[in-house]
Design a binder for this molecule. Sequence first.
Ligand code: KIV
Length: 266
Amino acid sequence: MPAITLTTLQSLKQKGEKITMLTCYDATFSHVCNQAGVEVLLVGDSLGMVLQGHDSTLPVTTADMAYHVACVKRGNQDALILADLPFMANATIEQTLNNSAQLMQAGAHMIKVEGAVWLAESIRLLTERGIPVCAHMGLTPQTVNVLGGYKVQGRNENQARQMRADAIALEQAGAAMLLLECVPSELAKEITSAVKIPVIGIGAGSDTDGQVLVLHDMLGLSLTGRVPKFVKNFMTGQPDIQSALSAYVAEVKAVSFPGIEHGFSA
Ligand code: KIV
């Protein structure tokens, strides 16, 4: 696989070819995901739950993230590495710049920040300084305590209107990618066609420009036994992990995953 850049992702959107993304936290999985052709590896702060055993992503630090970004970077040289800025690492502009710089210096190619239109100024500053940004909208796990749980977002018309407007504002601020988590499939489709930048979905239906899942979820591994509706176990019927990863890539590219049953209605 040739090295994946933002230009590659833009051209996949323009061609209508789906983008594949999985979370990844270590060098071995980085290598096997790359062998399977996964284009973007997200070093997600979900590592706080699936690796560290916490019940939310809030305890994860920038040092934790930098450690795992460096591990993923050593596993392959081709995939685009997207790294989460963890909880409160963007509390001030200075912290946003310093913590993002640490993740880029550890090997990330792009930073993901959770939020909405209030991110516009930091997205502009990061982009001006050479750090591309993915804005994570919809269900933002770092604000689970404000949201009152892990709930679908954008189900009523006011919320949906606000999310559409925020997506456009963040693109104008310089965001290079959007990630929509747990939003109604129809709203995700509207946002995807309203912006020129790639939109990746998780629990957002099949009409986004690409898909992401948490690696452990799609391999059928769970600490809690609770499996979100949008997850498919790709180990089912596969002889090994490498085949399961290849099946994920093939199904996302063929738009056979996610199915209607993995999405949400308004
Ligand atoms: O941290 C993470 O794994 C994520 C995904 C759920 C998109 O942000």
